[in-house]
Write a protein that binds this ligand. Sequence first.
Ligand code: PEP
Length: 262
Amino acid sequence: MRRKLVVGNWKMNGSLQDNEALLVAVADGIGAAAAAGKPACDVAVCAPFPYLAQVRDFQARRAAAALFDIGAQDVSQHENGAFTGDVSAAMLRDFGVRYAIVGHSERRQHQAESDVNVALKVKRALAAGITPIVCVGESLREREAGMTEFIVKRQLSAVIHLNGPCVSEIAVAYEPVWAIGTGQTAMPQQAQAVHAALRAQLGAAIDRADRVRILYGGSMNAANAAELLAQPDIDGGLIGGAALKAPDFLKIIAAAACPKAA
Ligand code: PEP
């Protein structure tokens, strides 16, 4: 049984002051649930690069904060050198980063990241001991054209091709582009069908595919999380907007820790 993973993607939001308040509220909530003996799941927050040190320092100050891991929102495909603005996997490790989002649709769209760029980033992350969370997902036009499986499999196959059996160490996030930040969520059965297809693709390519966690992302919130997380191949969530509101994020964590039958 895969332990569920809930990851907050803060995107380009936050400030020292706002982050502190959010971290305190999330750590308090997770700590209180643990003290009450409630079931747990894995949790991470992916902060913008300048705030990784703040999250790490917060962790050091607050024992309860050790109940979540630190994540980054990207990683360079290069090891080091003349790549102005890039942040290497080794640098992320220096700040205690355990997860890095890779190939988010916003980067594929605004930074023109290709499947090959994403596959290279996965390689760098894995080499540094960071778990890449590889985002795949189709646009609305692609879904309407019946191309969903073709698109997500193409995106994942580039990662498998370059990284081979190491792919058992990644996490995948299925994020339909039309659902991100729009309030439009995939129906649980729609998402489950894509997750099952991705799991089958992994199973055909590598041993131990069953250990890869496949998260759902796209307007997951406190109200719809339980039903999504009850699907057999949905192993957690990648959460944008709702991760910035501690009560909502904590409700999603609680739903993941104790998924109810759909
Ligand atoms: C995301 O940023 O990965 C995401 C899923 O955002 P939202 O939850 O806001 O749709």
